[in-house]
Design a binder for this molecule. Structure first.
Ligand SMILES: [Ca+2]
Length: 481
């Protein structure tokens, strides 16, 4: 009898130990990653970023529990190149996705240079972040806007779904009335539930790329009403746009609650990011200059926070410059993976920042846009000139300084030998002049030359294509008169 009891006790103890070790195993899975990418959300389009018109209580709360990045940049000023850089970990000159569609926007007669040929897709020789994370066992999904050719499944994601497959053009399903932001959120939640690491023993990576708040500006009636009579906050005054943002807030809230219910928040890094600045017709990013499509801060500086309870200090802020290409190496480090061999990555991990250390010797940030984006109709006041939001340009951000190099003047008007007269270079000190109003290129000569040299060296090293050929169809204003 005693022997029987002893055996029974041993069996129970053994079973209990097994259970414990099982628990430990699931605790030990690599951190999950939820990357929430908003389309065209401007730097100040959120409560926590200062807007008193837009309402984002859930996002504000979550941002407050994590680390807010005030100097976060998308890799480009519009959709496709930013996404290609997020997914490949590389600057545009390596994947050749510089813009959406063609870089020959606007009227040919207004373009002094022939833009560089644009790629509409990520080539298959690229190693996507999903492919890399697969090496650490991650189950991955790309839900929402893809925008870079082929399908997510062709680039290593286990699952992909975009709005076409949900029967949606714009933001509504015409028959059911379902709203796209809600449906994409449903998809993300279902994927998280079905790939619960407590059951699968594997971590997940969810790339949730909302189509909101991109045009067409469409929102749920019930949410618009609340903004109709609300006092504007500066240029934040569009009720429908605000309602789109409110739906994003609900989405983030639902995702976070799902993680909470499944006891996953402490082992999940949640990142909130936007692919470029806000659209100048519907919002603005004051005090920043400009918006989507421009390489002034309003076009490329984006809202960002990281929430990861227990790992990221609640209520913390980082003012260090970070950029979209930093996520790839960040996620590799998170997964305990080495960088892929013979595959250059242009960013650097932000985990040291998240751990409260400053990045030492951070590389400058670089941008290269060898094409044209036409002006918003009737809204051109903050761009360099009225016809285009941007003409071909390269940019370096180093420390507090930012230099923009405009190619029409650089290539066609004498380059460095005529630098004092050709207006090819703009230099700003963002610490003193966040709104990029005071071009210091003729005053801070040493700083200008230092940044220019670094930018030109970067272009050479990365083999950035520079538009060099004059456009024979160009008609100068003089010719027109
Ligand atoms: Ca966009």
């Amino acid at each position: 009898m005693i022997l029987f009891r002893t055996i029974k006790t041993i069996i129970w103890a053994f079973a209990f130990l097994l259970l414990l070790s099982g628990c430990n195993e699931s605790e030990k899975t690599k951190p999950n990653i939820v990357f929430i990418l908003i389309d065209d959300m401007g730097w100040t389009d959120l409560g926590y970023m200062g807007s008193e018109y837009y309402e984002t209580p859930a996002i504000d709360n979550l941002a407050g529990q994590g680390m807010v990045f005030t100097n976060a940049y998308s890799n480009a000023a519009n959709c496709a190149p930013t996404r290609a850089s997020l997914l490949t970990g590389q600057y545009p000159p390596r994947h050749n996705v510089y813009t959406v569609g063609t870089g020959a926007r606007g009227n040919s007669k207004d373009r002094r240079l022939i833009p560089i040929q644009n790629s509409k897709e990520i080539s298959f020789d690229k190693i996507s972040i999903a492919e890399s994370l697969k090496k650490a066992g991650y189950n991955s999904a790309a839900i929402g806007k893809w925008n870079v050719g082929n399908k997510p499944e062709d680039h290593g994601f286990d699952y992909g779904i975009d709005r076409d497959e949900l029967g949606i053009r714009g933001h509504f399903n015409k028959e059911s009335g379902d709203y796209l932001t809600d449906l994409l959120t449903d998809e993300a939640i279902a994927f998280i539930q079905e790939n619960n690491p407590h059951e699968t023993g594997k971590p997940f990576f969810v790339y949730l790329a909302h189509h909101a708040v991109h045009t067409p500006i469409q929102a749920k009636e019930g949410l618009i009403e609340g903004f109709n009579d609300k006092d504007p906050f500066g240029c934040h005054d569009n009720a429908t746009y605000a309602a789109m943002i409110k739906s994003i807030d609900e989405s983030v809230d639902r995702i976070n609650k799902t993680l909470d219910e499944l006891n996953l928040t402490k082992n999940t890094m949640l990142v909130f990011f936007s692919d470029n600045g806000g659209h100048g017709t519907y919002t603005c990013q004051k005090p920043l200059r400009g918006g989507k499509g421009m390489f002034y801060e309003g076009g490329i500086r984006v809202p960002m926070f990281v929430s990861w309870p227990g790992n990221v200090k609640a209520g913390s802020t980082s003012d260090e410059p970070v950029i979209g290409t930093d996520f790839y190496p960040t996620f590799l480090e998170l997964a305990g993976l080495d960088k892929p061999e013979n595959y250059p990555l242009d960013g650097q991990s932000i985990l040291p920042l998240i751990n409260g250390e400053r990045n030492q010797e951070r590389e400058p940030l670089f941008f290269n846009f060898p094409g044209y984006l036409q002006a918003y109709q009737g809204l051109t006041d903050e761009s360099r000139e009225p016809i285009f939001r941007t003409r071909p340009v390269s940019v370096i951000r180093k420390g507090d300084w930012k230099l923009l190099l405009f190619y029409e003047e650089w290539i066609l008007d004498g380059g460095v030998s005529n630098i004092h007269n050709n207006n090819a270079v703009e230099l700003y000190n963002l610490k003193d002049d966040l709104g990029e109003q005071n071009n210091l290129s003729a005053i801070e000569i040493d700083k200008r030359d230092e940044l220019l040299e670094e930018l030109l060296r970067w272009q050479k090293n990365i083999k950035a294509p520079i538009p060099m050929d004059p456009n024979p169809e160009y008609q100068s204003v003089d010719n027109l008169n």
